[in-house]
Ligand binder design. Structure first.
Ligand code: UGA
Length: 433
């Protein structure tokens, strides 16, 4: 990239989104300053330590070291910046609304800059936030500061690829010049750019996640009906996925969705609709189906083992999905809580995530340790290493050989041949002729 095309970007927030955004903009040739309020985090980043697990992120930060600065100081971050990316957390409040206090802190902390900068919202916010930020900036005498919404569509575990090779880039702005500037910042990325008003860009983010969640709850309900009627959801998903109008992705039935985004964003959108006087029925059902889905495994275990009091249940996987250490809203925790409430002993294994602070749960280092003397094993997260386990050897060490595959990851016939009473999600038949 020529010097002329390189821009100076300040990123506020050194969480998943902020670090990925900062590292990727540096990779595109821009000079990036990442600012966070936590001195410990900034010190660690300066030492070259990455506080989160995201494949490829450490290499990217290392490779672009000379284009990356880390600071706690707002003035230092803003000094020559042309763009201020807001990538702070927006967790749900008790009412289900998004808590925007960290966003407001960034807006209120902006110094009285003389030069033109564009504030760009990367954090997921309710529709209407941009409008409010615009008013606040104007009220602070920062009318010359631009504003744009540039929502993120990156998934944990593939965030770098999702950023560098996105399906689309969405830019919402009040002023076409600001949208032009944000678009130019993405030069080097080959993707359709959707330019919109700010409210539509904000809604696009929430709607994308809602659509994906709807697919998951839909296929989970199909799975439950498959169980009741003797069909195999894996076959059904394959069959409907070939329909180009439906598509193959996000049709994996399982123990429900978790993570830092879907559960939070579904509540935020439901609440946003409710605040505007609209009852978003489909989304309410999607949320409810997901809550029930996380608990269904308990019923399966009861069917297979009888009362669970005193039974030792091994949960394989804590992270809400593989390739991340993130356990936020992970189905494993709901499951563990339910099993403990039924009086079971719960032992967990995960290659990188931790059950720290979860009282009553024992975490062990290997799959073999988790399964030894267990009455049942539940596969909760489809970690790739679980494909290579010698299940026959594991089965031989168990008290009773019950296996519930909560992600339909393993081959039913092979697991039965390994000695298990194997049950999966929505696989009442073996799906083949
Ligand atoms: C999700 C979206 O996929 C991203 O596009 C979005 O940018 C991000 O939220 C966000 O809002 O920041 P993420 O939460 O990282 O990304 O993870 P996903 O891969 O979407 O998985 C979410 C959950 O759905 C996981 O618990 C996963 O196991 C579950 N899932 C996914 C299913 O149960 N079935 C599927 O077919 C797909």
């Amino acid at each position: 990239m020529s010097e002329a095309n390189a821009h100076r970007v300040a990123v506020f927030g050194a969480g998943y989104v902020g670090l990925v955004t900062g590292a990727c903009f540096a990779e595109l040739g821009h000079d990036v300053t990442i600012r966070d309020v936590l001195p410990g985090k900034i010190d660690a980043l300066r030492r070259g330590e990455v506080p989160i697990y995201e494949p490829g992120l450490d290499e990217l930060l290392e490779r672009n070291r000379e284009r990356l600065t880390f600071t706690t100081d707002v003035v230092e971050a803003i000094e020559d910046a042309e763009f201020v990316y807001v990538a702070v957390g927006t967790p749900p409040t008790v009412s289900g609304d998004a808590d925007l206090s960290a966003v407001w802190m960034v807006i209120d902390e902006l110094p009285q800059v003389e030069h033109r900068i564009v504030v760009v919202m990367k954090s997921t916010v309710p529709v209407g936030t941009g409008e409010k930020v615009r008013h606040r900036l104007d009220a602070r005498g920062l009318g010359h500061v631009g504003y744009a919404s540039n929502p993120e569509f990156t998934a944990e575990g593939t965030a770098i690829k999702d950023f560098m090779e996105p399906d689309r880039i969405v830019i919402g702005a009040f002023d076409a010049a600001d949208a032009d500037a944000v678009e130019e910042l993405h030069a080097g990325i080959d993707a359709p750019v959707v330019r919109a008003d700010v409210a539509s860009a904000e809604m696009a983010k929430l709607a994308a996640n809602a659509a994906l969640m709807t697919r998951i709850s839909f296929i989970n309900e199909i799975a439950n009906v498959c169980e009741a009627t003797g069909a195999d959801v894996v076959k059904v998903a394959e069959a409907i996925g070939y329909d180009r109008r439906i598509g193959k992705s996000f049709l994996r039935a399982g123990v429900g969705f978790g993570g830092s985004c879907f559960p939070k964003d579904s509540l935020a959108l439901k609440q946003l609709a409710a605040n505007s006087g609209y009852h978003f029925q489909v989304l309410s059902a999607v949320i409810e189906v997901n809550e029930l889905q996380k608990r269904r495994v308990v019923g399966k275990l009861q069917e297979l083992l009888g009362p669970l009091r005193g039974k030792r249940i091994a949960l394989l996987g804590l992270a809400f999905k593989p390739n991340t250490d993130d356990t936020r809203e992970a189905p494993a925790f709901v499951l563990a809580g339910r099993l403990l409430a039924e009086g079971a002993d719960v032992v967990v294994w995960d290659p990188i995530a931790h059950a720290d602070g979860f009282h009553g749960v024992e975490q062990v280092a290997t799959v073999a340790d988790a399964a030894r003397e267990a009455d049942a094993v539940v596969l909760v997260t489809e970690w790739p290493e679980l494909a290579d386990v010698e299940w026959e050897v594991v089965a031989a060490t168990m008290r009773s050989r019950v296996f519930v595959d909560g992600r339909n990851m393993l081959e039913p016939e092979a697991m039965r041949a390994a000695g298990f009473r194997y049950s999966a999600i929505g696989r009442a038949s073996n799906g083949t002729v």
